[in-house]
Write a protein that binds this ligand. Structure first.
Ligand SMILES: Cc1cc2nc3c(=O)[nH]c(=O)nc-3n(C[C@H](O)[C@H](O)[C@H](O)COP(=O)(O)O)c2cc1C
Length: 219
C-alpha cells in the first residue's frame, strides 16, 4: 500500500485523534489493515510475552452494536456527555462557551457517527486485570499500547485516521458477547475507529510546555 511521504518526526507529531475528518464513505481495504497490524506486532511486549490480540470489526451489524454500547456509556449519568455539558456550563461567557463547544464537538461527533466508521479495531489482552497487583497491572497494560500505537502510526502513514477510545468498556461484557470474545479469559482495552482521512495534512497538537512535565534526576 502506498505511504505518505512523512518524516518520522512528522509522523510522530501529526498522528492526531481524528474524528470529524474520517471519510465515512470510503471503504478501507482488508490488506491495508493487515499491513498496519503486521508492523504493529513488532512492538515490544513484557518478557517477550505476546499476549495481545486484535479484533478487526467491519460487519455493519457488529459496528452498530458496538456503537450503541459506546453511546450508552457516553450518555449514562456522569458519563462523557454530562462531563462535556458541565464543561460548557462553567464557561465564563458566551465566547468561551462557544469555544468550548467547538472543542468538544469532535467527541460528540464520534458518539453520533461511530457505527458509520468502516473499521473498528478492538485490541485485547489474554487474562483479566481484576485480581492483579499494581506491578502486574503495569506490565499488563504496557503490553498492548505500544503495539496499538504502532498500528495507529502505520495507519496514519497510509492516509488512515484513528483515535483511541475506551468508552465502550463500560459495557465490555456486552461487547464481548457481540464479538464472541471469551470475557473471563480475554480483556478488551479499547476501540480504535479507523477510516481514510479527508485530506492528509494534520498539525502538531497544543500540549503543555515540556518544562512543566519534565523532571531531571528528581521530581
Ligand atoms: C487512554 C485514552 C482513552 C481515550 N478515550 C476516548 C474515548 O473514549 N472517546 C474519545 O472520543 N476520545 C478518547 N480518547 C482520545 C482523547 O480524547 C484524545 O487523545 C484527545 O482528544 C487529544 O487528541 P490529540 O492527541 O489529537 O491532541 C482517549 C485517549 C486515550 C489516550
Amino acid at each position: 500500500m502506498p505511504t505518505l511521504s512523512l518524516s518520522i518526526d512528522e509522523l510522530l507529531t501529526t498522528t492526531r485523534a481524528v474524528r470529524q475528518r474520517l471519510d465515512l464513505a470510503r471503504p478501507v481495504e482488508f490488506e491495508v489493515i493487515q499491513e498496519c497490524l503486521s508492523l504493529a506486532v513488532q512492538a515490544p511486549t513484557p518478557a517477550g510475552m505476546q499476549n495481545w490480540h486484535f479484533v478487526v470489526v467491519t460487519e455493519p451489524a457488529q459496528r452498530s452494536a458496538l456503537a450503541a454500547l459506546y453511546r450508552r456509556s457516553a450518555q449514562a449519568p456522569g458519563g462523557q456527555d454530562d462531563i462535556l455539558n458541565q464543561l460548557v456550563a462553567t464557561a465564563a461567557g458566551e465566547g468561551e462557551a462557544a469555544a468550548l463547544s467547538r472543542k468538544i464537538a469532535p467527541a460528540r461527533y464520534l458518539t453520533e457517527h461511530l457505527h458509520e466508521i468502516p473499521v473498528h479495531l478492538v485490541p485485547c489482552l489474554e487474562g483479566r486485570i481484576e485480581n492483579m497487583s499494581a506491578v502486574e497491572q503495569a506490565a499488563y497494560w504496557g503490553g498492548i499500547w505500544p503495539a496499538t500505537w504502532s498500528f495507529m502510526l502505520a495507519a496514519r502513514s497510509r492516509g488512515l485516521g484513528t483515535v483511541v477510545t475506551t468508552l465502550h468498556l463500560a459495557f465490555e461484557r456486552e461487547a464481548a458477547d457481540v464479538l464472541g470474545i471469551p470475557y473471563e479469559q480475554v480483556m478488551q482495552v479499547g476501540l480504535i475507529p479507523v477510516a481514510y482521512t479527508m485530506g492528509t495534512s494534520f498539525k502538531p497538537a497544543a500540549r503543555k510546555p515540556l518544562t512543566s512535565v519534565l523532571h531531571w534526576d528528581r521530581w
